[in-house]
Design a protein around this ligand. Sequence first.
Ligand SMILES: Nc1ncnc2c1ncn2[C@@H]1O[C@H](COP(=O)(O)OP(=O)(O)OP(=O)(O)O)[C@@H](O)[C@H]1O
Ligand SMILES: [Mg+2]
Length: 350
Amino acid sequence: MFNFTNFFSKFKIPFLMNFEVYFDIGTTQTKIAIKDKGVILREPTCLALNTRGGDYIFFGNEAQSIIGKTPEFIKIIKPVVGGVVVDFDAQVALIKKYLKRSVYLYLNQNILKPAITGIATIPSIATEIEQKALEESLYKAGVSQVFLIEKNIATASGCGVNVFSHQPALIIDLGGGLIDIAIVGSGGIIAQKTLKNAGENMNKLIYNYIYLKYGVILGEASCEELKINLLNFENEEKTMIVRGKSLESGLPKSIRVKSSEIKEALLTNFNQIVDGVKELFENSPPEIIDEINRQGIYLTGGLAKIKGLNHFFNQELKIDIIQEEVNIYATIRGIINLSKNKERLAKILI
Ligand SMILES: Nc1ncnc2c1ncn2[C@@H]1O[C@H](COP(=O)(O)OP(=O)(O)OP(=O)(O)O)[C@@H](O)[C@H]1O
Ligand SMILES: [Mg+2]
């Protein structure tokens, strides 16, 4: 029998209804929000491809949980590297799935599906082609209209900074793929520096450290666990036992790892971030430095959760650190904030 509901739900009528969806597609975590509900999805930017059939079979948390444990014909894909889309088809499949898992749950009651207007962030270092790749992936996933804003501006707004004021603010977003250091003010970016030695790179440094010191090969998940559970800048010495593969015998081997070892493995990486901030200061006028010195630095992103990291930066830079509670949601909350005033939003769209 002819199904009217199904028939009409296929039509998207932009002038009847318009549904705004916000996207922060991070290297490690994708966050999706809608106007009235706030953040409705946060899952890894990760999926699994069945190379035999060419179809994507696991998405997000499920795909993440099987890293390193799959048969050869299942390939784990992280479609975003260093903040930009590197695997277009996988990215489209992931966004399609995530829209179904989140946004569509709020739309299904309607017979006529509204057109989706997507507002997404893009890192400042992204090239025009990389911007296009993000835009196109959202269109192909079912978004009718796509607007992009610079990630640093959104993150600053999510940290509580009025990005349109003439008072400059310094934000350090410590994410999975990028360390974004930016001075924001007067509705734009005054100065910025992006480093790629972020959270995912730190896991690789831990892998190398354990490999060289203990002759043990660790899986990606174990490296991540060591970083999250052990790393701190409060001289708190914790230990954790992890299992890997002995390089010598090829057999499973357990090792006990200490916080001080993880810190040793990553200290150079953190010092490079400090150098990045100092470099940005060197190239900025004294008025701006003075303002930032008075106001403090905003620290955000997943890595900002590391205990004592604010003290570390404070010691190295001699400036107060404001560590945001929102951390992992600063960018997406910033998009929500900025989208409230369409006139102002228009001024910062790319
Ligand atoms: N409690 C924690 N301690 C240490 N690191 C953490 C903690 N929680 C999350 N992280 C790290 O934060 C990173 C993810 O942060 P975030 O979600 O801000 O990144 P992203 O937005 O996906 O990436 P990007 O913005 O760089 O593209 C990961 O590397 C993760 O290991
Ligand atoms: Mg991010």
